[in-house]
Write a protein that binds this ligand. Sequence first.
Ligand code: R5P
Length: 310
Amino acid sequence: MAGARGPIKVIAGNAHPALADAIARELNLPAEAAEVGVFADGETRVRLAPEVRDATVFLVQPTCPPVNENLMVLALLADAARAAGAARVVAVVPYFGYARQDRRGGPGDPRSARVAAGLLGAVGVDDLVTIDLHTPALESAFPMPLTQLAAHAALVPVVQARGVQDLVVVAPDAGAMKRAQAFAAAAGAGAAVVAKDRPRQDEAVCRHVLGEVRGRSCLIVDDMASTGRTLVSAAEVLRRAGVREVSAAFTHPVMAPGAAERLSAVGFSNVLTTDSIPIPAFPWLQVAPTAPLLARALRALLGEIVVGQN
Ligand code: R5P
């Protein structure tokens, strides 16, 4: 590849080797695997076998569950690359764990997203590339330059291929509104929003919907499905509001225990996500690839292409 000063290495951590392979294929490079294991006392052990001196190193490791282990592996790999003389270390973290803990929920709480971002800065990550960070304003918590990609580049073409004429994109809470509006604009659809409360941690109650949805085909768009309760509750509200059908599209399939069962039981017309996190195949779940989007961002970081707003 032209544009980088030294060799370019695509190195897979242990969280999502298939995505590292797909990104490497897009870049016409081989993906190389880091060794990851555990010492007898439970400490994480990594080893970077590839020669990385003077190289630009792309470390591919979403910090999905098990979040702490995956984050630690990424931090150790970044340090290993630095110690071996890499010229530039780029963390490719399509899903950034801890992003939802972007601010204190109450007295005594930490700013966990800032801690996770700061750890990666402390071990020498020069750039971080991610997709649909829970809130874009979290950028200020990252000590290194951040490339934030929007998954709708991967999701909208899949939705448009369905040829739905009267589509309304629905944000399942106020925080999701901007993302849903951007999605709707890209898809040429209308937009609506559902009002959501969280009575307790990991519970979601959607109360009512704002916008024209009666008789329409609605697509709930969110950044992730963790317990799946937000999507389930939003679908119930939309059905009560008289929609014709409900589908869901979310960027990150975090899928905490029970989520797959909950989502498959809702009777969504379609459920669409991305491969930012590895998940088992489900017959009711369509998965859009993110490697083209990520590879384009990496090419831009190398100065090979100039991109506008991602
Ligand atoms: C909330 O602010 C997020 O955007 C998602 O709506 C939420 O994290 C989804 O979580 P769950 O699937 O557990 O309802």
